[in-house]
Design a protein around this ligand. Structure first.
Ligand code: MN
Length: 730
């Protein structure tokens, strides 16, 4: 019996174990159909062509794709290779789902190559097609990647010039795409094969070195694994898997190239992988390991709380073993592991299982990832243009300066973006830069914008004004939540007092002005409900007394026609001095200083002062777009600088945190630390089984005591935190 018949039998058997009889029949039909279509065709290896589509479909089975997609895998080359078979034939024989998948893969494959096409143009075209295909059905890309993987596995039969070109293309486009889609297994197989074909000598040498090294260290590795097993068992934690896994050769090679290292300088050749049953266990295990071995500073990575852009989740740490060499450990749950191996394919499977799976949801998720991916691929100039196709008009996609992508409702502003990043960012948002330029906070964001939020510690909180222009419900809810918290008695009293005094200065009494019919419009605009709310908002500085009273005075005047008895009133300085603190105006003392609203400088920015008429010096950032206009009046610019505060230093702080066990505590903790820009370089935990509490010790860099106090304050707010204090290093 020829080889391919053996392969076919095994494949059908595997399918029969997974699907019902109808589905298996469809798949069998697809095998026979493809066999007939490719009759007489040969692979470069000389084998019958059918081995290729079966191999592709077999890998798709392993990725848990559904029967229609498996059939499409079997049929993926029939439209391209056989003029006689049309889309309609496939639709009739296999249904619309399969026919469209095959059509999608075929369109990706066909190139409109002319002799004038440059490599860059070709690449841009491929990327554009990938995007369009993806917008239709993500499985097109999964099938295409699988097709490419099998072609790479059999590349040795190819002519050598074609071989290197294919491998280079795979390395440039397909491997990064697999990476972006979180398909770790696919990516590492593709990369290793490319590496082998592009640099065969380096590949062989490295392979030998790794093998030699592995044998040498095998005992140590095994004893570490055993020790880990004991620690975990001793703590009464159950795990699903624990094993050592050699790192991808290409990633070792690239590391040596990029960081100019010799083989001996690479220590993370093998990673020990632990599959735990819950997220909480992942953190507990990490704590156990850190109690036993010393972690290398800067090597603890929490991708559970802060997943990579491709949704990869895991805890990583590198430990120093007693034998004197470091080893890496990765800890994750089964779900995280599947997502790391199969990425988007695993996600797709999960989505499909859900009854209410929203198609748009899927597409948006893919789009986010492909946009991320294209930012790594150079020369795809027109790619963003493509993104503006009408399909996605309800959404805009914007980037952080680091390249993370966020989707927001069309019409969203920098404030919506800030709240999407984190409510702490939103609440302290003092300005925004879009594509490097300062913009007003109510500007409308466009797809492809790079948005940077400036935050200022001196911001009292969100502005009620924002509610007028923000677009997303998420931001609205967060702002309202913040206000609810601030509507405390003391703020009400303080605000009432401020309003009373200001009203008096204007020649009224506050109670005169707060007639329900006059406050109505104001309340509506600021989404407040009671006068107490209004007083509280003034009390904590969310709005100024002027904002409130000018409106009410207008109403009063309209009703009472006759002007009240107003004395000449001084022009009100807008909370000027308080806001200008921390600025030194050169050669001038006691100048009234305020920060320009157009660019909201924060401590540390390069700044310039502008002497205003009658309102002191306004402080602008030196890159403020408004400065250009002000420059014409150069005589009014003045040198200013930030007042010197204490010398900035960074030192290590160690903190102990006792907390009550609860699901999600660690994620919350690490998300919080991340928003505070705290990156722990040491961390261990100790569980008290009886009391259901855990003690955590953590070490990180801190700039001063004030900073530490504010971090401790935030930590104490964590749900479940019992006791948080600064401790001394053990
Ligand atoms: Mn193919």
């Amino acid at each position: 019996m020829p080889d391919y018949q053996e392969q076919e039998r095994a494949f059908l058997k595997k399918a029969a174990a997974l699907f019902d009889a109808d589905a298996v029949e469809t798949i069998r039909h697809a095998v026979e159909f493809a066999e007939a279509a490719h009759e007489g065709q040969k692979r470069d290896s000389g084998e019958p062509y059918i081995i290729h589509p079966i191999a592709v479909a077999d890998m798709l089975l392993d990725m848990n794709l559904n029967p229609s997609a498996i059939a499409a895998g079997l049929l993926h080359d029939v439209l391209e290779d056989n003029a006689g078979i049309t889309f309609d034939v496939l639709k009739r024989e296999f249904g619309i789902e399969t026919a469209e998948l095959v059509d999608g893969v075929t369109k990706l494959t066909k190139t409109s190559l002319s002799e004038h096409t440059t490599k860059e143009e070709e690449q841009a075209e491929t990327i554009r097609k990938m995007f369009l295909a993806m917008a239709r059905d993500i499985r097109v890309i999964i099938i295409k990647l699988t097709d490419r993987l099998h072609n790479m596995q059999t590349l040795e039969y190819c002519r050598s010039d074609k071989r290197v070109r294919k491998a280079q293309e795979t390395l440039d486009i397909y491997a990064p795409l697999a990476h972006r889609f979180g398909m770790g297994e696919m990516k590492s197989q593709l990369e290793n094969l490319c590496f082998y074909h592009i640099h065969p000598d380096e590949y062989t040498i490295l392979e030998k070195q790794v093998e030699h090294h592995r044998k040498e260290r095998e005992d140590v590795l095994n004893s570490n694994i055993e020790m880990i097993r004991e620690l975990i068992q001793g703590a009464g934690i159950e795990i699903l898997d624990l094993h050592g896994r050699p790192k991808n050769l290409y990633s070792i090679y690239r590391k040596m190239q990029n960081q100019n290292l010799t083989f001996d300088q690479i220590y993370d050749l093998v990673a020990i992988r632990i599959i735990a049953t819950s997220e909480a266990d992942c953190y507990h295990i990490l704590g156990l390991l850190h109690n036993h071995w010393k972690p290398l500073p800067g090597k603890i990575k929490d991708y559970i709380a802060v997943p990579k852009p491709n949704m990869y989740q895991s805890l990583h740490t590198t430990l120093m073993s007693e034998h004197g060499f470091p080893f890496e450990v990765q800890i994750r749950t089964r779900e995280m592991h599947e997502a790391a191996e199969y990425g988007i394919a695993a996600h797709w499977k999960y989505k499909e299982r859900r009854e209410d799976s929203s198609d748009l949801d899927n597409k948006l998720n893919w789009l986010r990832q492909i946009m991320d991916w294209q930012s790594e691929v150079k020369d795809a100039k027109d790619f963003l243009e493509t993104l503006k196709i009408d399909f996605f008009t309800e959404y805009v996609f914007v980037f952080t300066p680091k390249g993370d992508v966020f989707d927001l409702a069309a019409g969203s502003t920098p404030v919506d973006f800030a709240y999407r990043v984190h409510s702490a960012v939103g609440n302290k948002c003092s300005g925004a830069r879009v594509n490097g330029k300062m913009v007003p906070l109510d500007s409308v964001l466009q797809t492809g914008d790079i948005v940077e939020i400036l935050i200022s510690a001196s911001m009292p909180g969100p502005s009620l004004d924002w509610l007028r222009f923000i677009k997303t419900q998420q931001a609205k809810n967060k702002i309202k939540a913040w206000f609810r918290k601030e509507y405390k008695e003391e703020n009400i009293i303080k605000g009432k007092d401020m309003l009373e005094r200001e009203a008096k200065r204007l020649g009224y009494t506050f109670s005169q002005l707060v007639k329900p019919e006059w406050t109505l419009a104001l309340f509506k605009r600021l989404t407040l409900t009671t006068v107490d709310d209004l007083c509280a908002a003034v009390g904590y500085g969310g709005i100024s007394t002027q904002q409130v009273l000018s409106r009410l005075v207008e109403e009063y005047k309209r009703e009472n026609k006759s002007e009240p008895d107003i004395e000449k009133r001084p022009v009100m300085p807008e909370r000027a001095n308080r806001k200008g603190e921390g600025i030194v105006v050169k050669g001038q003392e006691n100048m009234l200083v305020r920060f320009a609203k157009c660019c909201n400088p924060v401590q540390g920015d390069a700044i310039v002062g502008f002497i205003t008429r009658g309102r002191g010096v306004s402080i602008h950032r030196s890159d403020c777009p408004n400065l250009a206009g002000l420059m014409e009046d150069a005589g009014r610019l003045i040198d200013v600088e930030w007042a010197k505060t204490e010398v900035k230093a960074s030192y290590k702080a160690r903190v102990q945190l006792n907390f009550r066990e609860r699901e999600g505590f660690f994620s919350d903790l690490f998300r919080l630390l991340d928003t505070l820009h705290i990156h722990p370089d040491y961390f261990n935990t100790k569980k008290d089984e009886k009391a259901h509490t855990t003690t955590l010790n953590i070490t990180f860099d801190i700039s001063n005591t004030e900073h530490l106090e504010s971090v401790l304050k935030q930590l104490r707010k964590l749900e479940g935190a019992l006791d948080v204090f600064r401790s001394n290093p053990a």
